[in-house]
Design a protein around this ligand. Structure first.
Ligand code: FPP
Length: 246
């Protein structure tokens, strides 16, 4: 990825309107320092705070972070509990700052498997920040794209079976209305940290046309300047949506 400065652009915010990030590399960050994995996750949580602030400064309208996948339950129980503890801590302790900075928080994922107190904190945070408009911050917790698509399909199938909906009326917009991201614009830039180049079951439907930017930086080291470089890369690409371009 080039590190050239952002090209000048006359629009108020010429960059991507929705940036999604797969935050990867916490474990490797900790291992490289001889620390337990939880230390990497803690520094990862610091990076979350830093990046949300950076995104708001840059003017990115929507930021979506992949914090815990449906597959992450397969990690050792202690690590799952550490991650849940960090999420709990984050929701309780960062809410005030998010709210003060005009962030509207939304949690995307299946809440059924989450502890009742975390679900309560999520609901409180979403309610408290609902009217904010400076930046939309979505945190994906217990999220998996295939699971999301299956649930949407089942819901539509039930509606067809009940005679509430005709199969021929299922188009992209009807399908999207059943997704957990209903009402949210699609990401136009997807960043993954730590050098891995995979989508890992993240927003598969929604990222159909997203520009993918993979950066070597481990998530705990990621900050506003990395975000700016990814945006510069995004602006250098020509987005054609299957057409032939200008
Ligand atoms: C990937 O690193 C990261 C995660 C599975 C969790 C992301 C969690 C955080 C950034 C901290 C808590 C989040 C919030 C919103 C407060 P990894 O463990 O897979 O790293 P590795 O691939 O190097 O082992």
């Amino acid at each position: 990825m080039s590190t050239a400065p952002l090209p000048a652009n006359p629009d108020p915010f010429p960059g991507p309107q929705h940036v999604a990030i797969i935050m990867d590399g916490n474990g490797r960050w900790a291992k490289a320092r001889g620390l337990p994995r939880v230390a990497g996750h803690r520094r990862g949580a610091d990076a979350v705070r830093r990046v949300i602030r950076g995104a708001a400064d840059i003017g990115i309208p929507v930021l979506t972070l992949f914090a815990f996948s449906t597959e992450n339950w397969a990690r050792p129980a202690e690590e799952v509990s550490d991650l849940m503890g960090l999420l709990r801590h984050y929701l309780r302790n960062e809410l005030e700052e998010l709210h003060r900075n005009g962030a509207r928080l939304r949690v995307i994922g299946d809440r059924e498997r989450l502890a009742a107190d975390i679900v309560r904190d999520i609901t409180d945070a979403e309610t408290r920040t609902r009217a904010n408009a400076a930046i939309d911050v979505n945190i994906c917790i217990n999220y998996g794209a295939r699971d999301e698509i299956l649930r949407a399909s089942r819901s539509l199938a039930r509606k067809v079976a009940a005679g509430e909906l005709a199969a021929k009326d299922i188009d992209e917009s009807r399908f999207e209305s059943e997704l957990l991201t209903a009402g949210l614009r699609d990401p136009d830039l997807l960043i993954r940290t730590s050098g891995e180049q995979r989508i890992s079951n993240f927003l598969l439907w929604q990222c159909a046309y997203a520009e993918l930017v993979f950066v070597d930086t481990l998530w705990p080291d990621f900050g506003k300047e990395h975000l700016e470089r990814a945006i510069a890369e995004f602006r250098r690409r020509e987005r054609r949506y299957g057409g032939v371009g200008s």
